[in-house]
Design a binder for this molecule. Structure first.
Ligand SMILES: Nc1ncnc2c1ncn2[C@@H]1O[C@H](COP(=O)(O)OP(=O)(O)OP(=O)(O)O)[C@@H](O)[C@H]1O
Ligand SMILES: [Mg+2]
Length: 634
């Protein structure tokens, strides 16, 4: 028997005896207490049954049968009272079991949830690690005491240090004092403010100093308290270097532009107000920088140009074509004028947005004056040349021609002189001299005509051209077609002379250079102009000779150009390598209506119709040079 049961038996037996003897409520309570005691001692119901059986056996039974029955019932009641704590405990146990079961289920649920949360946390940790380690930025997490909690791979790579050497340490243990102090100062600011902040920090990486924009922000726990500081550093060293290089090159460019004195270089806002001004602009235009910035550039224009809205038109032209270049009079601050060459270029930013216009102006006054002087000189020379040619031509015809004719007459008379006729050798010499004289008269005649065809003054441009073309065709063997609108005769004498000289030089050039077989010469009207075209079917040239080059030894194109310029015309050469050359002269032409002149073709007669006149038809024999002129008389 267990010790507890024995101890209980010692208390149970007297208590039972007492109750059997005198059944009081207090004795029953005693049974109940003993039951509770049994439970707390770890005894079971069977133990109690044994206890009761042993105790009851020890009580002497009453003598009468009736009292014995009573006795038995009372012992049963006492036993039941002993057991009643067991019953209560059993009830309590089953409730407890229920509660435990419920709690178990809750715990299982909680464990499942926690496992899920842990898996999610592991997943998000893996994701976070992935993000951190693949980020090109340097990322770190420090506790509020400045100890590193975590750094990413870029941190390791940049500083050349592994995470395990960093975690748990402070900046002062890892970096130079200066660098660490700066990091720390910025960290403290963020922790003090409790808000994200950006800093530009310079750090010594493995390969040298790097500048980064470091975004630092506090990290808060669920209770809202800051427990860490996170930093994300984006390396901007390359950008910085580029910015610096750009700044330096901009500075150099700005210095270059602002110091240029020969050109006015400045910017305009899109509405035409002056945005920048260089030394050249101040020198050429007279305004100081502080006087002109923000003012409209219209003040550089003459009153007439302003009336024609030229300032706006120039900008619009630049916008349309991407660039505008022009020349014209412009006004200085003091009201004086200068001849300007102007280039306007629109300046666009991202996505083509118009930022303004770049303007470069050159003072061309001196060149213009020189040009003007040159033009006047050329004009005088050409006029003098024409007058001289006319004089020599007349002289050759009137004086030399007459003298030679007189010699010819005398030679003819000498031929019939009996003295001369008597000597065969004298007669031969006279005949030979006559032939020589005739050839000389022919060439003088030709020379006089080339110098200045009398026809040009006497009969007009078209007959002079026709005559010249005919002689040219005979001389060269080229086929020449001439078609001319009779209105050409309404040109003034200067214009006619220019047309004739251009035709003359162009035909000479064809004979000299083109290796052509055909030349077309046409004069026609087109859109208020009278145009002369001389086109050949020769080999032409690839690059047009520079007719503007005054130092060239070649004078033909230059002469033609000068002459045309003097009559305010336009001179154009259109070379088509392998397919010929077209020389084109056009002058503004508006003859009075009702002038009685018969009108001719009004467009380029490339397709020669019935108006065409063929003035030469000899096949080209291959010799490019001029041929001996055919014998002719005036
Ligand atoms: N119709 C043409 N076909 C082919 N080349 C030509 C023609 N006209 C001119 N040229 C070329 O242009 C150059 C310049 O012509 P330009 O009349 O100025 O000079 P030039 O005839 O050589 O000499 P100059 O006229 O002074 O006696 C010629 O040398 C020639 O190469
Ligand atoms: Mg020439």
């Amino acid at each position: 028997m267990k010790a507890e049961l024995r101890a209980l038996a010692r208390r149970y037996t007297p208590a039972l005896e007492k109750f059997l003897d005198r059944p009081h409520e207090a004795a029953l309570e005693r049974a109940y207490d003993l039951g509770r005691h049994a439970i707390s001692s770890g005894l079971g119901i069977l133990d109690m049954a044994r206890l009761h059986y042993d105790a009851f056996a020890k009580v002497p039974p009453p003598a009468s049968g009736k009292r014995r029955a009573h006795h038995l019932r009372r012992a049963g009641a006492f036993f039941l009272e002993l057991l009643s704590p067991f019953e209560a405990a059993h009830r309590g146990f089953s409730e407890l079991a229920d509660r435990l079961q419920e709690r178990n289920r809750r715990l299982e649920r909680e464990i499942a949830e926690r496992r899920q949360a842990q898996r999610a946390a592991e997943d998000s940790e893996a994701q976070l690690r992935g993000i951190l380690d693949h980020s090109p930025a340097v990322i770190f997490l420090k506790d509020t005491q400045g100890r590193y909690l975590r750094v990413n791979r870029q941190f390791e790579k940049s500083f050349g240090i592994i995470a395990s050497q960093v975690v748990g340490r402070r900046d002062h243990q890892l970096f130079s004092r200066n660098q660490a102090s700066k990091f720390l100062a910025n960290d403290r600011k963020v922790l003090r403010q409790g808000a994200p902040m950006d800093f530009e920090e310079i750090a010594r990486y493995r390969d040298g100093l790097h500048t980064s924009i470091v975004s630092k922000f506090p990290v808060r726990g669920p209770n809202g308290r800051i427990y860490a500081l996170c930093g994300v550093a984006t390396d901007i060293t390359a950008r910085k270097r580029m910015e610096e290089a750009l700044r330096q090159s901009e500075e150099r460019f700005r210095l270059l532009v602002s110091n240029v004195k020969d050109y006015a270089i400045y910017m305009l806002y899109p509405d035409g107000r002056v945005a920048s001004w260089n030394a050249g602009a101040e020198r050429i235009k007279g305004w100081r920088r502080d006087e002109i910035i923000g003012k409209h550039y219209g003040r550089f224009f003459t009153a007439a140009d302003l009336r024609n809205r030229a300032p706006r038109a120039d900008l619009e032209k630049a916008l349309r074509a991407g660039r505008y270049e022009g020349e014209g009079w412009r006004v200085r601050k003091d009201g004086s004028r200068f001849w300007a060459n102007v280039i306007v270029t629109p300046v666009r930013g991202h996505a083509g947005k118009l930022l303004g216009f770049a303007k470069v102006t050159r003072d061309m006054t001196e060149r213009r004056l020189a040009d003007e002087a040159w033009r006047q000189l050329s004009s005088k020379i050409l006029h003098a040349q024409e007058t001289e040619r006319k004089r020599i031509s007349r002289e050759l015809h009137d004086e030399t021609g007459q003298a030679l004719t007189a010699i010819s007459v005398m030679l003819a008379a000498l031929k019939h002189d009996p003295a001369a006729a008597a000597s065969r050798s004298v007669a031969r010499k006279v005949a030979h001299t006559q032939q020589l004289l005739e050839r000389t008269m022919d060439s003088i005649h030709h020379f006089a005509r080339e110098l200045r065809p009398a026809m040009l003054d006497e009969l007009g441009l078209i007959p002079a051209l026709r005559s010249h073309a005919k002689t040219f065709a005979q001389r060269t063997g080229l086929r020449v077609r001439l078609i001319a609108n009779p209105v050409a005769e309404l040109l003034n004498n200067d214009q006619k002379t220019v047309f004739f000289r251009v035709a003359q030089e162009s035909l000479t050039n064809v004979a000299k250079h083109a290796r052509a077989s055909r030349v077309n010469l046409s004069i026609y009207k087109s859109a208020g102009n009278l145009i002369m075209e001389i086109s050949d079917n020769g080999r032409s040239f690839r690059d047009p000779p520079d007719a503007k080059n005054r130092h060239s030894q070649r004078l033909g194109l230059l002469g033609m150009q000068e002459r045309v310029r003097l009559i305010n015309g336009r001179f154009v050469i259109k070379p088509q390598p392998g397919a010929g050359t077209t020389v084109c002269v056009s002058v503004p032409f508006a003859p009075n209506k009702g002038s009685g002149i018969i009108t001719g073709p009004t467009r380029s007669p490339l397709n020669y119709g019935k108006n065409s006149s063929i003035v030469g038809r000899r096949s080209y024999g291959g010799a490019a040079g001029p041929q001996v002129p055919a014998r002719s008389r005036r």
